[in-house]
Design a protein around this ligand. Structure first.
Ligand code: FAD
Length: 442
């Protein structure tokens, strides 16, 4: 199949662009419903302001535009069992998720406080890093800096954040892609230790070590050559596809400063995406891997605890999300993760890959615009979750045998799929605008 239609195939995914477009038009109503109307997926809890950029100090990188601001949700709008006051009360044994066996065998002294049906895992999420995590988790367990944000009230769109601060973050993100050629010598940063190591770190420090106001004009890191191993290409594609999707959103939901209206800006699209088919291709690639991750969670989601405090709401949430993952799984698989990390150096390479992606997630604390930081954190967490599911989950294993899936991870995963679904839709809108322009010119 891939050999027959090489030009219509998304590299490294073995699925055609048209298949993904067809899938998107079938799945989009369900994805939109989940990300716009289901409380579980529309509220995200995160540490938006409390974490300093661990890599450099950028006092002047802050965006003061109104469009950069985030409206914080009032906790009264949040189901009781998710509120900080409830989360803060709890200390005690940590439940894994889904944690049916733990709950049966070790009843928590706190259980019952939030209602008989509230599982322990609803109110206490593990916030330490598991060695199989691909992201630094947000503190879900009641850290005082955490806030709830309605993702519906804070759409990802044009904010005006640009210049040196944004450029430095993107540069550092791509520098994480500088894998050592010899994976055995990997120096990717160990968690909790010095945040960056290896040649990527050296490159970054050179950039960041410049005088504070010096504008950095070098090109960003070039994509890895095709002959590089699949894993390194995938790493780059994920970053570039995320960047392309962010650009797509800001061009699609752009502020026309003359009319004050929000809408698609064709020139913005042409400048950032239309002339770069590789970026569009990477965005499609990301859609394929996110679809595969959601399909792979199918069994896990059947026993996941959603914890709104209302059984009927939880059942409806389960029905909608499992409906989506069943619908994806009913199509032929769009990505085969089993061919990755199989060589003799796979263990070291995977650890390097994981550490580098964790650094990318940490870099989101360096984004100087609150709205961009919010969506940057959600999307890195979404891709990190997808990788955890793809590379660490055994689809056939009993739930307890797989790593825990935090609420923030599942919410981020589904919303990142939602971002990509909207980006694919925006791509079709821009493509028809370009076609109309061409016809008019003829
Ligand atoms: P940039 O998008 O900053 O790109 C810099 C360079 O990266 C380009 O010159 C090119 O060499 C390379 N490049 C660009 N795209 C790709 C790609 N897909 N693959 C590989 N290389 C690429 N702005 C908003 O208005 N709204 C947002 O929600 C928003 N969110 C952001 C989130 C993050 C994490 C960051 C770091 C920035 C965000 N920004 C956002 C800013 C936005 O992404 C741009 O940085 C800004 O608009 C300036 O654009 P630019 O033209 O300088 O190019």
């Amino acid at each position: 199949y891939c050999a027959n239609e090489p030009n219509s195939i998304v590299s490294d995914a073995c699925v055609s662009f048209s298949t993904l477009e067809k899938l998107n038009s079938d799945l989009r109503p369900a994805i939109k419903y989940l990300t716009e109307s289901v409380d579980f997926f529309t509220f995200y809890r995160l540490d938006l302001y409390g974490r300093e950029c661990p890599f450099w100090s950028d006092d002047e990188g802050f965006c003061g535009n109104r469009a950069c601001a985030v409206d914080i949700a009032d906790e009264k709008d949040i189901p009781e069992s998710w509120r900080s006051s409830e989360l803060g009360k709890l200390s005690g044994p940590r439940a894994s998720q889904p944690s049916t066996s733990v709950q049966k065998e070790e009843p928590s002294p706190f259980r019952g406080k939030l209602g008989e049906d509230t599982a322990e895992s609803c109110v206490f999420e593990p916030n330490e890093i598991d060695k199989r995590d691909y992201c630094v988790p947000e503190d879900e367990s009641g850290g005082s800096n955490c806030v709830y944000v309605s993702l519906v009230d804070n759409p990802e769109r044009f904010t005006g954040y640009a210049g040196k601060s944004a450029n430095n973050v993107w540069r550092a993100v791509y520098q994480e892609n500088c894998f050592n050629t010899n994976a055995q010598k990997s120096q990717a940063s160990p968690l909790g230790g010095s945040p960056l190591g290896g040649p990527a770190a050296a490159g970054l420090k050179n950039v960041m070590g410049r005088r504070k106001h010096e504008v950095v004009q070098q090109d960003l890191i070039a994509p890895p050559p095709e002959e590089q191993c699949l894993e390194k290409r995938v790493f780059y594609r994920v970053l570039s596809g995320m960047h392309a999707s962010i650009s797509m959103h800001l061009c699609y939901d752009f502020l026309n400063q003359t009319t004050g209206k929000w809408g698609p800006n064709l020139q913005c699209y042409k400048d950032r995406l239309h002339n770069y088919p590789d970026r569009i291709q990477n965005m499609y690639f990301n859609y394929a891997i996110l679809l595969r991750a959601v399909a792979k969670l199918r069994n896990n989601l059947k026993s996941y605890t959603f914890c709104s405090g209302d059984k009927r709401t939880d059942e409806m949430t389960r029905k909608k999300i499992t409906g989506l993952s069943d619908a994806i799984a009913s199509h032929p698989s769009v990505f085969d993760e089993s061919i990755m990390f199989r060589d003799e150096d796979a263990v070291v390479l995977k650890e390097d890959f994981r550490n580098r992606f964790r650094n990318v997630s940490r870099l989101m604390d360096c984004v100087g615009c609150d709205k961009c930081r919010l969506w940057g954190k959600i999307q890195t967490a979404g891709y990190g979750t997808a990788m955890k599911v793809l590379f660490e989950y055994d689809e056939a294993a009993e739930n307890g045998a797989n790593p825990a899936l935090r609420r923030t991870e599942l919410v981020a995963l589904v919303n990142t799929l939602g971002r990509l679904s909207k980006s694919l839709h925006a791509f079709t809108v821009f493509s028809s605008m370009i076609e109309k322009e061409r016809v008019l010119e003829e």
